[in-house]
Write a protein that binds this ligand. Structure first.
Ligand SMILES: [Mn+2]
Length: 444
């Protein structure tokens, strides 16, 4: 598919200018200076730096991965970029396509930036970035000192423009190349977690530091560790085995975030685990279909627990009613994370979690009402985590004990070495209100 980003990018910048105008007016701001990011030391005891993580508020305007550039936004004016082109012989400059600068007035300076000419601190302006020393040098306060301004700027990132939707779709396409390659490796080879991780990077064309988050590549029981990134170098895929892969890709700063779970081998247990994978996959697609404009995302999260409860009854892990599995908290012990989150320049993007979730949904990162141009994930799961199940197994009285007596612990213990299941797709709601599944569109 051709990637005509520059036309879309120009329209995107025009749209952002229009979205910033009411903020300038509401908060009586003359300007905002957005910092591109800076290199941060790994520790104070050596001279190693982390790879640059650009400021997402800067990347919202242009995909420039360069430290210490400044973007000056003013009402009614073309946005201005200040870059220092002073290079040294230690580092190479960022690779950039010239087209990304077209919508801006660019000042390239062969030396340190002339901070005194960039803004006048007697006007009311704010600094949007992490380098506090630079804010002081510019004579500006950080936007964090005015939380209402920051919340208003965060809110501009909820509705994705056609340019952003294009980047998110491309990030899905790239990630799917990796996922398909890892699925093939898992089903046919005898690789370690590290080899699967490297296979994903190779097929999706990324270095480890370029991925939106550290890949989760978990064989067997490790799938129950929700953020497992401690790849085993020696343990190889065994005859009967399971794999959970949660991995994405970045395009112009925009992330994809995709999870798949697979099982290998024949016989009773792998067949039961396969039925669970198929069950989660099936109700995940039902949830995707039910993610409609006007629906509360938290209601969709609650719906996921109802589906999971029915699956537990279907596979005979639970002999009570689905309602009992939900009301006793059993489904929340088996699915202890939120159904998903807003997605964009951050894997857990800003702007959709301004309301607190209910206490029993404490980990839910999206509490918005589904609306056109939002992008979010749908990622139900099922995990065998002993410390969360212990109460159901060991208590003598109360709703957990009552539900625990209806759990087939023999079957649950036998399935525990398979770890867990998560199926995650990225969705974008189009301006028309119809929902597009960016992930399934390019999985093959
Ligand atoms: Mn996710």
């Amino acid at each position: 598919m051709p990637t005509d980003f520059s036309h879309l990018h120009r329209a995107h910048v025009t749209e952002l200018q229009a979205r910033y105008e009411p903020i300038f007016e509401r908060f009586a701001l003359a300007f905002v200076v957005v910092h591109s990011g800076y290199l941060q030391k790994k520790t104070r005891y050596d001279d190693q730096y982390w790879p640059l993580r650009p400021n997402p508020h800067f990347q919202h305007w242009l995909p420039l991965e360069e430290a210490d550039a400044l973007l000056v936004l003013r009402p009614g004016k073309t946005p201005v970029i200040w870059r220092s082109t002073l290079s040294d012989y230690w580092d190479a400059p960022a690779r950039t396509a010239p087209a990304i600068f077209e919508p801006f007035e660019v000042h390239s300076v062969d030396g340190p930036l002339p901070l005194k000419s960039i803004c006048d601190p007697r006007e009311r302006g704010l600094f949007l970035g992490e380098n506090d020393a630079l804010a002081v040098a510019l004579g500006l306060r950080g936007v964090e000192t005015e939380p209402d301004v920051l919340a208003a700027i965060d809110a501009l990132r909820v509705r994705k423009t056609p340019y952003e939707q294009r980047c998110l779709a491309e990030a899905n396409r790239r990630a799917c190349l990796g996922h398909v390659a890892v699925r093939e490796q898992f089903l046919t080879g005898d690789f370690s977690e590290l080899e699967l991780h490297l296979g994903y990077l190779r097929a999706s064309g990324q270095d480890d530091a370029e991925t939106p988050y550290k890949n989760i590549v978990a064989l067997g029981a490790a799938g129950a560790t929700l953020h497992y990134v401690r790849y085993d170098h020696s343990r190889k895929i065994a005859g009967v085995d399971s794999l959970l892969v949660d991995a994405g890709a970045c395009v112009r700063g925009y992330c994809s975030d995709i999870t798949r779970t697979y099982v290998r081998g024949a016989g009773g247990l792998p067949e039961t685990f396969r039925a669970l994978i198929d069950g989660v996959d099936s109700f995940q697609q039902t949830l995707v279909a039910n993610a409609t404009v006007g629906r509360s995302y938290e209601a969709l999260h609650d719906e996921a627990h109802g589906h999971l409860a029915c699956l537990l009854v279907d596979v005979k892990l639970f002999a009570g009613t689905p309602e009992q599995a939900v009301d006793s908290g059993l489904t929340r012990a088996l699915l202890p994370h939120g159904l998903g989150h807003s997605l964009g320049l951050q894997c857990h993007d800003v702007g959709c979690a301004s309301l607190q979730p209910r206490a029993d949904n404490s980990f839910l990162r999206n509490t918005s009402t589904i609306a056109p141009e939002q992008c979010f994930t749908i990622e139900p799961g099922l995990y065998f985590i002993e410390r969360l199940l212990r109460g159901f197994r060991e208590e003598n009285a109360g709703p957990r004990a009552a539900a625990g007596r209806l759990v087939d612990w023999h079957l649950l213990d036998a399935l525990t070495p398979f770890g867990g299941i998560r199926i995650e797709d990225d969705l974008v709601v189009q301006a028309s209100g119809s929902c597009v599944n960016l992930t399934r569109d390019c999985f093959f």
